[in-house]
Design a protein around this ligand. Structure first.
Ligand code: FAD
Length: 510
């Protein structure tokens, strides 16, 4: 241990209690693990502060001793880096362990004020305990993922409140220089800012966006807007038989979203995305370099009564009778294609692949989708997250490109497009055997080629797995990297917060 680290840990121990400073090898190994291709990024220590004041003391000590920190909320960022720091040796600040209080639930103006450790499951359970008047916007990821951490990485759900960063209203942040600020009306010189969690903007610039996917500060508290739970929710589903139907599907979804007729996003999941949570790759042989076969896919589709694509959405309303005509209208719209097969809400409840869509749109966290991580053995998983305009011919072109790159590297094409009015995010999931070094290298090469080929066609990504921060930053114009570095110098002059995260350094990389 370096002298600086020793002094830092001793100062931090005095500030937060030495029992909340963990340097045991087994703890460090656990926090260094992730599912990406690179080697584990083992931190030098893990800290468990209990309050904003303690986080501030930690940041001040890091400035005093030149130590790099890496904040996590619950550290369930599976496929994007888990809880491992941006680079090995950074000290993980695990906020979730002790800062996990729901500070307020306001049922009149429908928001909650949360600390970083509040998970989707915790918030869901608390809202249920209070009589289910409000609902959480659930992801289909780990129920123990944090609401705040997910929003800070610009994660998303599938219902009307899907934009988790967009639903934040009012933050408390410890900057890299040790100052504590509150955004919006929270910045008034008062202990009781009346509009902190109901109005996003106060006078002056809006700073909130600076703290998402960056390394300028540690967010210790947020307000998040919540949707009132409607008396009735009913999903609808359509199955399409062929891979190239994606062109028609995207063109069919677009007008229903542009007019806001359908309030949720559309989940447009291909066969493997929908069914892999329930299946294992029966064709997998260690060392094999081929993708799961088309015959295997057809057999799987038949087993589940599903197809090459499954489209899901949901309506909310006062009663069954009020929702029935809405579903009739969507059904007529999709069935005009001559290819869509309708599956009702009641039937879909019994189909695990569609039940995941129902739960996520109905505000119910569920661990079911995590089953897809066992599609192949060996726990490798990363997410390539490009997007596309809601134009069918573009969707077709990018799907052909994605599938061909997956096939070239012997990966199985697992994809779900999450479609809104003008744009769809494409969740491309790589699942591979990390214990096989050749397969691990191919998963890495596949991700890199996807990044470069999509960028050449004008397509960036929504979130970045931590192995690839620099790769994605390199796709950006140098002026952007210069601005990020200037902000870093202004807000974190000693560069103590997550150096390198999202490709942001004190000095821009050439
Ligand atoms: C099968 C599967 C399905 C998934 N489905 C979804 C999905 O539907 N939607 C979705 O969004 N994601 C999904 N994910 C991805 C991921 O698991 C979730 O987004 C998860 O909630 C993120 O982890 P977390 O909330 O614990 O955040 P953390 O791991 O704690 O943090 C995430 C990031 O935010 C930063 N951060 C955390 N806290 C702070 C803070 N207080 N201040 C500053 N920065 C901070 C961290 O440094 C890190 O970079 C899925 C993953 C899998 C494997």
């Amino acid at each position: 241990m370096s002298k600086n680290l020793e002094k830092f840990l001793s100062d931090v121990g005095a500030a937060i209690g030495s029992q909340f400073v963990d340097v045991r090898p087994e703890t460090l190994a656990r926090y260094g693990e992730h599912t990406l291709p690179a080697a584990p990024r083992v931190p030098d220590a893990v800290l468990f502060p209990s309050s904003t004041a303690e986080v501030q003391r930690v940041v001040q000590a890091a400035n005093d001793h030149g130590i790099a920190l890496y904040p996590i909320s619950t550290g369930n960022n599976i496929g994007l880096g888990s809880r491992a720091p941006a680079t090995a040796g950074q000290v993980v600040v695990d906020l979730g362990y002790r800062m996990n209080r729901i500070l307020e639930v306001n049922e009149e103006t429908c928001y909650a004020e949360l600390e970083p450790g509040v998970s989707f499951q915790m918030l869901h359970d608390e809202l249920a305990r209070r009589g289910n008047k409000l609902m959480v916007s659930a992801t289909s990821g780990p129920p123990h993922g944090g609401v705040l951490g997910n929003a800070m990485d610009r994660g998303a759900g599938y219902g009307p409140y899907f934009d988790h960063f967009g639903m934040l209203c009012g933050m408390e942040v410890v900057l890299g220089n040790g100052d504590v600020i509150r955004t919006g009306d929270g910045s008034l010189e008062t202990e009781n800012p009346l509009n902190w969690h109901v109005s996003k903007f106060s006078s002056g610039p809006s700073l909130d966006g600076l703290f998402a996917q960056s390394n300028f500060g540690i967010v210790t508290r947020v307000g998040i807007w919540l949707m009132p739970r409607p008396p009735m929710s009913k999903s609808f589903h359509f199955v399409f038989p062929d891979d190239d139907d994606i062109e028609q599907i995207i063109d069919l979804c677009r007008p229903l979203k542009l007019s806001n007729f359908v309030p949720t996003l559309f989940r447009v999941a291909n066969d493997l995305y929908a069914m892999a949570p329930e299946e294992r790759n029966s064709e997998y042989v260690k060392g094999s370099k081929v993708s799961f076969s088309d015959d295997g896919r057809k057999a799987m589709q038949a087993r589940h009564g599903l197809g090459a694509w499954q489209v899901s959405g949901m309506f909310y309303g006062p009663s069954d009778e009020a929702i029935a005509p809405l579903i009739q209208r969507v059904r007529a719209h999709f069935e005009r294609s001559g290819k869509a097969r309708f599956i009702s809400h009641e039937e879909a409840q019994a189909i695990p692949a569609l039940k995941i869509a129902i739960d996520s749109m109905d505000g119910k966290p569920s661990a079911s989708e995590l089953g897809m991580l066992s599609w192949r053995p060996g726990s490798g998983n990363s997410w390539f997250l490009p997007g596309m305009p809601m134009v069918g011919r573009k969707a077709l072109e990018l799907n052909h490109l994605g599938r061909s790159i997956f096939a070239k590297h012997g990966m199985d094409y697992i994809v779900m497009h999450v479609a809104s009015a003008r744009f769809a995010r494409g969740l491309h999931v790589l699942v591979w055997n990390k214990d096989d070094s050749d397969e691990n290298a191919r998963a890495d090469a596949c991700y890199r080629e996807l990044t470069v080929e999509f960028a050449k066609r004008g397509v960036g990504v929504g979130r970045v797995p931590s192995d690839y921060y620099d790769l994605h930053a390199e796709q950006m114009i140098p002026e952007l990297r210069k601005v990020s570095s200037a902000l870093k110098r202004a807000l974190d002059p000693n560069g103590v917060i997550s150096p390198g995260k999202y490709g942001i350094y004190m000095e821009p990389r050439a």
